[in-house]
Design a protein around this ligand. Structure first.
Ligand SMILES: NC(=O)c1ccc[n+]([C@@H]2O[C@H](COP(=O)([O-])OP(=O)(O)OC[C@H]3O[C@@H](n4cnc5c(N)ncnc54)[C@H](OP(=O)(O)O)[C@@H]3O)[C@@H](O)[C@H]2O)c1
Length: 429
């Protein structure tokens, strides 16, 4: 074993960073044995230098992250600050000064992944980010390496623990959205400002990263269709139950049936209770991958939290250190397929539509005609009448989102349709 240690600069020492530092210290001997050289924490950049950081020598703490990554003797920079700046500048500066980078930063990778990969390649360095998608769950490496010989057609996942916790509460207790969110906040599953989670921004960033790797195509954050889950109601869950389904916020990355384009989207959807993703409870994450040769694979585990996320960061750190010792780099960006990324209109799926209609003869025929006119074939219809008004629940066969959009627009124009109470996609069948 080499005795000269590999030097690691830790940028950020919060929920994830403090766990990275703890594991680096407590597992130092095992990490050294697995890497073939000791790893040394050479500096820790934070915002508040006076905060007590257990187990970290005071002289390692600095507020000057730029000076730390410019030192020139740093082998690996671990970026766990989060956000776009200063993380982006620090990572590119790290490459320029000879370091490889491990990051957990989904927002940055989804927005600027291509540029960061190019910078890493230009300097012959590694950029690893297993922790950026689904915390502890090994996903990036299986997609990049284990499935490198296969053809991935679909990635379907629950990649945000906060929203899964809220939806699971609504499902199991009958609570409304706000009540379930309040409980998630009280238990520490939701942040004070839950927008990034409940509006699907966090899941969309992860979908962009996953789609890019799965389809060897650059998928930008703007390419991902995004719909949050704040509008899901207890009534939607009741409808889902009647269909033998539950509701999950899903990230779905798909290759079109002709293989010539891909789509990436995040939205709430009904999935059958028999689908493995339906049994993913609480704040857990799971990702279902379908590929030509392997068939269906499921990856499941804790998608966030200090120690689980640090596990993924440490795995990357070991891999990058091994590469460093053998004078090589791991796989970089693979975007050779360069498939066009289609918009939501091209997506083909099934729909559950709930309409408030007048309770009189001929309404059902009128509604059915609108569906037929737009080439959307109906699978089932259920009608419930009450005091001159009725609700009509229509479940369709597979149709494009564009065709469904046209159908709904025409339905809204019918005198007998009082309103479209909800539209929910049905996935996983
Ligand atoms: N938390 C999770 O469960 C989780 C899961 C997966 C991925 N991630 C990702 O991991 C990253 C870190 O998340 P986190 O939850 O650990 O965040 P966090 O608890 O807010 O910690 C952020 C750390 O960065 C430091 N920092 C902030 N601005 C800085 C600056 N300008 N210069 C130097 N240090 C600065 C903070 O310093 P102070 O300590 O002085 O405030 C803090 O130590 C994010 O990209 C996040 O998306 C987190």
């Amino acid at each position: 074993m080499r005795t000269r240690p590999l030097k690691v600069a830790l940028l950020g020492c919060g929920v994830v960073g403090s766990e990275v530092a703890r594991i680096m210290t407590t597992h130092a001997d095992d990490l050294a044995a697995r890497i073939g050289a000791p790893v040394e924490l050479a500096g820790v950049a934070v915002r508040r230098p006076d905060k007590v950081r257990e187990g970290i020598a005071r002289e390692l703490i600095t507020t000057d992250a730029t000076a730390l990554v410019k030192r020139g003797d740093i082998d690996v920079v671990v970026e766990v600050i989060g956000g776009i700046e200063p993380a982006r500048s620090l990572i590119t500066t790290a490459f320029e000064h000879g370091a490889s980078v491990v990051s957990a930063n989904k927002a940055l990778l989804a927005q600027d992944g291509a540029d960061l990969h190019a910078a890493a390649e230009a300097h012959g360095k590694d950029l690893y980010y297993e922790a950026a998608v689904a915390g502890a769950i090994p996903l990036i490496r299986p997609l990049r390496e284990s499935l490198a010989g296969d053809k991935v057609n679909r990635v379907l996942g629950i990649v945000n623990g906060t929203t899964n916790f809220i939806l699971d509460k609504m499902d199991t207790t009958g609570a409304g959205y706000q009540e379930a969110l309040d409980e998630a906040t009280a238990l520490g599953y939701a942040e004070a400002d839950p927008t990034a989670d409940v509006e699907g921004f966090d899941a969309a960033a992860k979908a962009a990263i996953l789609a890019g790797i799965a389809f060897h195509t650059r998928v930008r954050l703007d390419d991902v269709y995004r719909e949050g889950m704040t509008e899901v109601t207890a009534a939607d869950f009741a409808s889902a139950k009647e269909m033998g389904c539950t509701i999950k916020l899903l990230a779905i990355c798909e290759r079109a049936e002709d293989g010539q384009s891909v789509t990436a989207r995040v939205h709430p959807a009904m999935i059958p209770l028999t689908h493995p993703l339906a049994s993913v409870r609480g704040a857990y994450n799971a990702v279902f991958v379908e590929s030509d040769a392997s068939g269906q694979l499921m990856f499941y585990g804790p998608g966030a939290g200090g120690a689980p996320t640090a596990s993924a960061v440490l795995g990357d750190l070991v891999a990058v250190c091994r590469n460093r010792l053998s004078g090589t780099t791991g796989p970089g960006e693979s975007a050779y397929a360069a498939l066009p990324v289609s918009g939501m209109g091209e997506v083909v799926t099934r729909y559950h539509i709930s309409l408030d209609v007048a309770d009189k003869p001929g309404v059902l025929a009128q509604v059915a005609t609108v569906f037929a006119d737009h080439d959307v074939s109906i699978d089932t219809v259920r009608q419930q009448g009450k005091d001159g008004e009725a609700s009509l629940v229509v479940v369709t066969h597979r149709a494009s989102d564009a065709a469904l959009g046209g159908t709904v627009e025409a339905l809204r124009k019918l005198d007998t349709v009082r309103g479209v109470a909800s539209i929910m996609r049905v996935e996983g069948e």
